[in-house]
Design a protein around this ligand. Structure first.
Ligand code: NAD
Length: 286
């Protein structure tokens, strides 16, 4: 049978999560997505109304099918973690079972197991502030939404992942090199995500035969990236300075993710794989 993938962090057809879903679907996987609760209605209605039909097209001409969309907020592990004001918020009270533990229980109930887990989400409320001006709460929120969310998703999903399964997250080179403007503790959150990739590769590999890798992606004009505010500059910088002078497409990251999730990558785990037109290898701008 085909593989089953759960992709956390799909709210529109512009981001890396959508592109990864498409590449996995093109390779024959069944697609389940986790959509951030506040964006659930707009995503589902756009999907239903055919707004994404053009971008659902796969190389063979068929349209990507999303078998099920689960509401998800990956900063909460179970209902006891959810503060009263969030519970009462209209955008949240309209959906249910969206904490990590509940989503995994629902997937288990609906499908039994999965083969592939993709984490394509991040959030840093103070991303536009330099680290020196970041509050403790802002920093911890960035790490909670962008790093621990992966630990939590893998922790809850790994018991229902088939041996030989794989997980993938998305990181950014600001974890290891100075990228002014990527603030609010987001650089710290990506450093944690990359370190966790290695430790979790060991733990999930030994215990469950599941591989754990992360893709260090180049700049893409996604909704999240536009919110940071310097994405056009980063795209121009990459085109000017990277070994490959072309704009990076989300599909190129999707295809690398499909490779990493496939048996072709059966000996690759604990790795940070650069999909960035080679920009990471440069020492100076030229
Ligand atoms: P995106 O906006 O498509 O994806 C981010 C998603 O995270 C959104 O769908 C948002 O709804 C979701 N999200 C935020 N908080 C959440 C929460 N608490 N629970 C569940 N979902 C939540 O943008 P993207 O740029 O494609 O981001 C995907 C990943 O790629 C992120 O990890 C990002 O850091 C990484 N990345 C992006 C770039 C870039 O230039 N765009 C470069 C390198 C890495």
């Amino acid at each position: 049978r085909g593989k089953r993938a759960f992709i956390a962090g799909v709210s529109d057809d512009n981001g890396y999560g959508w592109a990864i879903a498409k590449s996995l679907a093109a390779a024959g996987a069944e697609i389940l997505v986790g959509t951030w609760v506040p964006t659930l209605n707009i995503f589902e209605s756009s999907l239903r109304r055919g707004k994404f039909d053009e971008s659902r097209k796969l190389p063979d001409g068929s349209l990507m099918e999303i078998t099920k969309v689960y509401p998800l907020d990956a900063v909460y592990d179970n209902p006891e973690d959810v503060p009263e004001d969030v519970k009462a918020n209209k955008r949240y009270s309209g959906s249910s079972n969206w904490t990590v533990q509940e989503v995994v229980e629902a997937v288990k109930h609906d499908f039994g197991n999965i083969d592939i887990l993709v984490h394509s989400l991040a959030n840093g409320p103070e991303v536009s502030k330099p680290l020196l001006e970041t509050s403790r709460n802002g920093y911890l929120a960035a790490v909670s939404a962008s790093s621990y969310s992966f630990v939590s998703l893998l922790k809850h999903f790994v018991p229902i992942m088939n041996p030989g399964g794989a997980s993938i997250s998305l990181t950014y080179i600001a974890s290891e090199r100075i990228i002014p403007g990527y603030g609010g503790g987001m650089s710290s959150a990506k450093a944690a995500l990359e370190s966790d990739t290695r430790v979790l590769a060991f733990e999930a590999g030994r215990k469950h035969k599941v591989r754990v890798n992360t893709i260090s992606a180049g700049p893409l004009r996604s909704r999240a990236a536009k919110a940071i505010g310097f994405i056009d500059m980063m795209i121009d910088y990459s085109s000017a300075n990277a070994p490959l002078q072309k704009e990076l497409s989300a599909e190129e990251v999707g295809n690398a993710a499909a490779f990493l999730a496939s048996p072709l990558a059966s000996a690759i785990t604990g790795a940070v794989v650069y999909v960035d037109n080679g920009l990471n290898a440069m020492g100076v701008g030229v």
